[in-house]
Design a protein around this ligand. Structure first.
Ligand SMILES: Nc1ncnc2c1ncn2[C@@H]1O[C@H](COP(=O)(O)OP(=O)(O)O)[C@@H](O)[C@H]1O
Ligand SMILES: [Mg+2]
Length: 581
């Protein structure tokens, strides 16, 4: 109940309709309970008196009552359908918005399938809960109360007989509740795991096929889905047990009441009409009682879904900033790392930091190449500039202002990035590039020219060509060039490029470099590089080693004066020795 109460803010806007619908359902249900009373009147009146006109009248009443009940239930459905799909859509939109705001550290930690299953299966469970169990637990509860009262009034001894199973049924419900809750949680988590496997294998289909791993992948999937099936069967067994008890015990009680009642009628202590009314009321209560089992089960699943939904919603979004307004015409100081230490949030206690007291200054308009062995922390360092990760200690400043004092919008409009892995979206080439800012054809053409991505104009629909999911319809080098175009399209003040040319052939690389050099002339740039040709683009080079900047200088200075740098640049041990000499 406490978990489910967290849904209230979403339900609040539709509360009037929901309450009205519940009230109408209670009304409809109670109309159903009047039918046995009409039957009693018919049996003890017109039927006993052999009065055909009276019987017809009774039949007419029954018809009208049935009609009213059906119409009211239909009206209820019409009332809730639209607002509840609205609630589901709102919750999904909120989840999506929140996911966009959560820090990269969160996404590093969470499997995408777990997020996906929350946005789909769990929200569907919630809508079903709001549409059905929420109302009907109330409606059936009221119906049972009214029905039992009617029965007690008709004949209280028979009424008590009918009530006997209530105690064991309640106990079963409580016990079952706990077990079912655990099973439901497990099943929903397993749906998340399964979603992750499906997603990974769809995205990684090239690797799976390339290595002939389809069998082992299918086996892994089968195992997981087998587990899920096991959990679902466990749930079904629990449900079967409760249903068995909930259905059988009242049925036995009705049987006992029938025998007792028949004896009383034979003895003349009870009118036949009363017995008929009593039994048809008992039968009318069968559905409300029987349904409680799976209404509770659905509520339990909804509680689990709510819990899973809020696990994500409760995660802290990227910390805001105390955005102090930019000082107009502030000094152009470039990009500065001051005493920056960084450790990944999920790194084990006491492990050495990835970046250890890094000091680095990139002057305004300067471009600095960052060189270092793989795993030395280059990508990590670049990710600190657009605040994809937060520094653990120290600070990063743009033109003298701490990046934590800027709003994210401002920061990200001044800094543009291109990563090693050029991610594109299922949109047109033009839309992908213009994601980086800029407006319209002119900027687009200029950026494509800088990135040597003119191939885009030769695509079937030019820059309006769809690139397909993740841009997989393009070659690696083509994707890299589009990502580079995206980085430069908005004419950012600061450009951060993480090895942006790695997939290009030497000729294309040279052409991109020539064009980039013009862009870089008035941009402050940090460029991760592996090849001498890329390094030569930059004014100076910094060497990252063991989490520290161990050398800064021009390419030639470092080549001459730093053995590690020479080794990284040449990859040739003989040459390295020569350089050292
Ligand atoms: N999301 C992450 N969580 C934890 N550790 C990470 C994460 N990303 C990278 N690392 C670790 O940080 C170190 C530096 O990685 P990275 O910056 O990608 O190196 P480079 O780009 O220089 O090859 C590596 O040891 C890597 O294992
Ligand atoms: Mg890297």
């Amino acid at each position: 109940m406490r978990t489910l109460s967290r849904l209230w803010p979403y339900v609040r806007p539709v509360r009037t309709r929901l309450f009205t619908a519940a009230f109408i359902a209670v009304l409809a249900s109670c109309i159903g309970l009047v039918i046995p009373l009409v039957l009693k009147w018919m049996v003890d009146g017109p039927i006993a008196d052999r009065d055909p006109a009276g019987v017809w009248l009774g039949a007419l009443y029954l018809l009208l009552l049935g009609l009213a009940e059906a119409l009211l239930f239909g009206f209820r459905r019409w009332l809730v359908a639209r607002p509840l799909s609205h609630v589901e859509a709102e919750m999904r939109a909120d989840l999506y918005r929140h996911l966009q705001r959560l820090p990269i550290a969160f996404h590093d930690r969470w499997a995408s399938g777990q997020l996906l299953s929350r946005a789909t299966t769990d929200l569907m469970l919630l809508r079903m809960f709001l549409a059905f169990p929420l109302t009907f637990l109330l409606v059936n509860g009221v119906t049972i109360l009214v029905g039992v009262s009617i029965m007690l009034v008709q004949d209280w001894t028979l009424g008590l007989v009918i009530l006997i199973p209530a105690v064991p049924v309640l106990i079963t419900c409580v016990v079952f509740e706990k077990q079912y809750s655990r099973a439901a949680r497990q099943a929903q988590d397993q749906v998340g795991d399964l979603t992750t496997v499906v997603e990974e294998s769809v995205l990684g289909i090239r690797i799976i096929k390339g290595f002939g791993r389809h069998r082992s992948q299918a086996r892994a999937f089968r195992e997981l889905s087998g587990k899920l099936r096991g959990t679902e069967l466990h749930k079904a067994r629990l449900l079967a047990t409760i249903l068995g008890i909930i259905v059988t015990l009242p049925e036995l009680a009705i049987g006992a009441a029938l025998v007792l009642g028949a004896v009383q009628v034979a003895d003349g202590e009870l009118s036949a009409g009363t017995l008929v009314a009593f039994l048809s009321t008992a039968l009318a209560l069968r559905w409300p009682v029987d349904s409680i089992g799976f209404l509770l089960a659905m509520s339990q699943e909804a509680a689990t879904a709510t819990e899973r939904y809020f696990e994500v919603m409760d995660a802290e979004p990227e910390s805001g900033s105390t955005a102090s307004p930019a000082k107009d015409g502030g000094p152009r100081e470039g990009l500065r790392f001051e005493n920056v230490t960084f450790r990944y949030p999920d790194a084990p206690e006491g492990s050495p930091p990835v970046l250890d007291r890094v000091d680095l200054h990139i002057r305004p308009g300067e471009s600095l190449a960052l060189v270092g062995a793989t795993g030395s922390g280059k990508t990590t360092l670049t990710a600190l500039v657009p605040r994809l990760h937060e520094v653990t200690e120290g600070r990063v400043t743009l033109d003298g202002r701490d990046i934590r004092d800027m709003s994210r919008d401002e920061l990200r409009s001044r800094v543009a990035v291109a990563f090693e892995e050029p991610t594109l979206f299922s949109a047109t080439v033009g839309e992908n590039v213009l994601m980086g800012g800029g407006s319209g054809e002119e900027d687009l053409d200029r950026a494509l020219a800088v990135a040597q991505a003119d191939f885009a104009h030769a695509l079937p629909q030019g820059t309006a060509t769809q690139v397909g999911e993740q841009g997989l319809s393009l070659s690696g080098g083509q994707r890299q060039r589009l990502a580079l175009a995206r980085a430069v399209v908005g004419r950012p003040d600061f450009l951060v490029l993480d090895d942006p040319l790695s997939a290009l052939d030497v000729h294309t690389e040279a052409a991109v470099e020539a064009a980039l050099r013009r862009v870089l002339a008035d941009t402050t740039a940090l460029i991760v590089a592996h090849r001498p040709s890329t390094v030569l683009l930059a004014d100076r080079v910094a060497l990252l080693s063991g989490g520290r900047i161990t050398a800064v200088g021009t390419h030639h200075e470092l080549l001459r004066g730093n053995a590690e740098y020479a080794h990284l640049m040449s990859g040739d041990p003989a040459e390295e020795l020569e350089e050292q000499r």
